[in-house]
Write a protein that binds this ligand. Structure first.
Ligand code: ATP
Length: 235
């Protein structure tokens, strides 16, 4: 029932000039779910999350908590609990880890100190490095910081674009563990991933994108035995 959806996308079309990146995407997200969006390079995953987060013009409809995204400011979306962790991380390199984290909660009324402790519990490496400049962190630690900053906003809906990208296996384990803890909270998550194993591990439902359209959708369980998805995983 789309009236209860936290996010509802219908017949979404997005182009960059003559390049059509999304060509009629339908998708919905219920509160509390973890949705995986998977697909090869260029499938349109980043375009989808950039558009949902209010950064691109579109045709069709995207409603977040019943309100059309094109009619909402980024400030309103964030105020309403949507937080987008981009692949580009967007950290302030010459500020400390702690400052970067605290910036994540600048729109919230109170609760910052408690959330900082929660993030430090989730990522002890960040606690050890709280006074260090963000730019001096390793790639994996920066990914943790980006995720931690997202959590500082006390999000209701967390959008993660390729959190596993470029990470060494040990760091991937840390991120994976943190994500498990996050999905066990009341946070709704949309996880864009090229790393299928990672997506299968965390998502309740999946959307497989290819060439800007949804090729398959269903519960993670049901898609694990889907031939098309299998061939995609195999390849
Ligand atoms: P990747 O994982 O490689 O980032 P993706 O699934 O996120 O892939 P998008 O980045 O959304 O895919 O790209 C979808 C399509 O739109 C691709 O054909 C891409 O070349 C094109 N595209 C993306 N950004 C732009 C842009 N700024 N200008 C023109 N075309 C773009």
């Amino acid at each position: 029932d789309s009236s209860e959806s936290l996010l509802s996308v219908s017949d979404l079309r997005v182009s960059y000039g003559k390049v059509t990146a999304l060509d009629g995407v339908d998708l919905d997200v219920q509160p509390g779910e973890t949705i995986g969006v998977i697909g090869p390079n260029g499938a349109g995953k980043s375009t989808l999350v950039d558009t949902i987060s209010g950064f691109l013009e579109y045709e069709g409809s995207i409603t977040y908590r019943g309100q059309e995204v094109s009619e909402s400011s980024t400030h309103d979306l964030v105020k309403n609990g949507l937080f987008y962790c981009t692949e580009r991380r967007n950290l302030f390199g010459q500020m400390s880890v702690e400052r970067n984290l605290r910036l994540g909660s600048y729109l919230n009324d109170g609760g910052e100190a408690e959330r900082l402790e929660e993030v430090f519990d989730l990522f002890p490496r960040l606690k050890e490095r709280r006074d260090q400049d963000a730019e001096s962190l390793s790639g994996g630690e920066q990914q943790m910081l980006s995720l931690g900053r997202g959590l500082m906003s006390d999000p209701e809906f967390l959008i993660l674009d390729e959190p596993s990208i470029g990470l060494a296996p040990v760091v991937l384990d840390d991120i994976s563990e943190a994500l498990t803890a996050i999905t066990e909270l009341d946070v709704t998550v949309m996880l864009c991933e090229q790393n299928i194993t990672f997506a299968l591990e965390h998502a309740d439902r999946l959307y497989l994108l290819e060439n800007g359209t949804v090729r398959r959708t269903g519960t993670t369980e049901s898609l694990q035995s889907d031939e098309f998805v299998e061939s995609y995983i195999g390849g």
